[in-house]
Write a protein of this length. Structure first.
Length: 195
């Protein structure tokens, strides 16, 4: 089985693509929840609003909405494909209204996808994980999966060493590729040869 990392920033080489920065208005200190896999629904605004970045002129919408907050932001049709494959895990699908640079309503077709929790899936040594003095992870050089841990992995998950990363199985990656979604970059990951 193969695994892929979803690039949440999108294609920065296409300046016409829309890019957002920050959480929906009203999330304040709880904004981290959606990039770390913590439950966010109870803090989520009833009429959530997100604005395009004022310092990024792009206005072209895409299937994956690039962002600088490590959120998985996708259009409704991408969300449906993910939801069909992620029935066996806890996931929050958080809708919001997207506003343009002039604060005018631009789209109501996007969701922040928040898979809850993290999974122990990396080969720590092969991934170059650096641990700080308090036992917390400082840096992950690359994402190399441990072959002993991949069998039970769900279609979408976050590694425990870096919760702001989204990994999908080959089955979900193929389903996403078949639809021809735009700005959705899937980077293949290695599985460690060490058993």
């Amino acid at each position: 089985m193969k695994f892929f990392q979803i690039n949440t920033i999108g294609d920065l080489h296409e300046p016409e693509l829309a890019l957002v920065d920050g959480a929906p208005e009203g999330m304040s200190l709880r904004a981290y929840c959606m990039s770390e896999g913590d439950p966010a629904l109870r803090f989520y605004p009833k009429e959530a609003k997100v604005s395009l970045r004022s310092d990024h002129p792009g206005i072209k919408l895409s299937s994956l909405l690039g962002n600088t907050s490590s959120y998985l932001i996708v259009r409704a049709d991408v969300k449906e494909v993910i939801a069909a494959h992620a029935k066996d895990i806890e996931v929050e699908y958080l809708p919001f209204d997207l506003y343009d640079h002039r604060k005018r309503l631009y789209s109501q077709d996007y969701f922040i996808i928040n898979p809850i929790g993290t999974l122990d899936c990396l080969d720590v040594a092969a991934s170059g994980v650096k641990i700080g003095p308090e036992g917390s992870v400082i840096h992950v050089a690359r994402f190399v999966l441990d072959p002993k841990k991949v069998a039970p992995l769900p279609a979408l998950f976050r590694p425990k060493e870096e919760p702001a990363v989204y990994i999908v199985t080959e089955t979900l990656a193929l389903a996403l590729k078949e639809k021809g979604f735009t700005n959705l970059q899937l980077e293949p990951l290695s599985i460690s040869p060490n058993a």
